[in-house]
Design a binder for this molecule. Sequence first.
Ligand code: SF4
Ligand code: SF4
Length: 296
Amino acid sequence: MITQLSFKAPSVKLNRLENLWFQLSNSTCNLSCKHCYLSCNASEKNKQFLGLDKIKKALEDAKEHEIQEIYLNGGEPLQHPDINTIIRLCLNKFNVTLITNGILINEKKARFLRQIDQERDNDLLFRVSIDHYDEEKNDSIRGRGIYKKAVNAIQNLYRYGFVPIISVVNLWEESDTELKQGFISLFSGLDMEFDESDIKVIPPIKLGEYAKNFEIYNDNEIVSSEDLAKCDLKKFDCFNSRVITPQGVYVCPLLINDPRGKVGNSLKDFSKEFYLELGSCYTCTQHKDNLLNNSY
Ligand code: SF4
Ligand code: SF4
């Protein structure tokens, strides 16, 4: 499964396509977080949404694969003008995880989403991004007042029977366990029961805004064959995932802004093998679980 190029970047081959991502809003987002690896924001020049035609085609092509989960991602996917139709279309065939900053999830929206979920056999899951249980720390990265809005979204979802996965970027090099315990205590004080498995902590990806505001990958942060040989390939998102974007099929959600991440035009025609020559690939080798898919 692991092969070697002359310049020493090893590769990972797609095993089975189990996780299909839709990059619904490209880099359009109602926030502009200081660590966003895609440099998302609300600017008009970023405004681009994945067309319904492309989504329907990919869902049709996906029948040839053993898809276990569809991921709806952005930017902020809830800004897509056809989001309700998209959730229904995807849920008709597969389980769906919607990855959101929560800003648009008020009580009415949570109630509506529960109705959509109950109409179908497949499951609708949410992953809500919040980077610290401490309001000041979170808002120093995600923007003033965002902590309260994210907590409010989590409460709204919980009220309607969803236990969202909490998505945390560990920006201050804290212990993952302490971070998780901090969130569990926070939610417990708000009468919500979470356990460690509901909280996904990942390291920062040194691309986009993070690279501008904090740190870039250095020359030593490259993947060697020796490093890769020590890894469990199942933890690499490129081992079992691909992303549908307005520009074509990409290897993983981390690389949708990099032309080197493009692996094809459609699910009928895309490359199964990818050479891990990018700094973000190094982050994947260093992290003990996969960075993006739910299985962790
Ligand atoms: S990190 Fe998430 S919420 Fe923040 S700007 Fe990027 S896509 Fe939007
Ligand atoms: S960034 Fe990670 S998931 Fe993406 S291609 Fe590199 S190793 Fe694979």
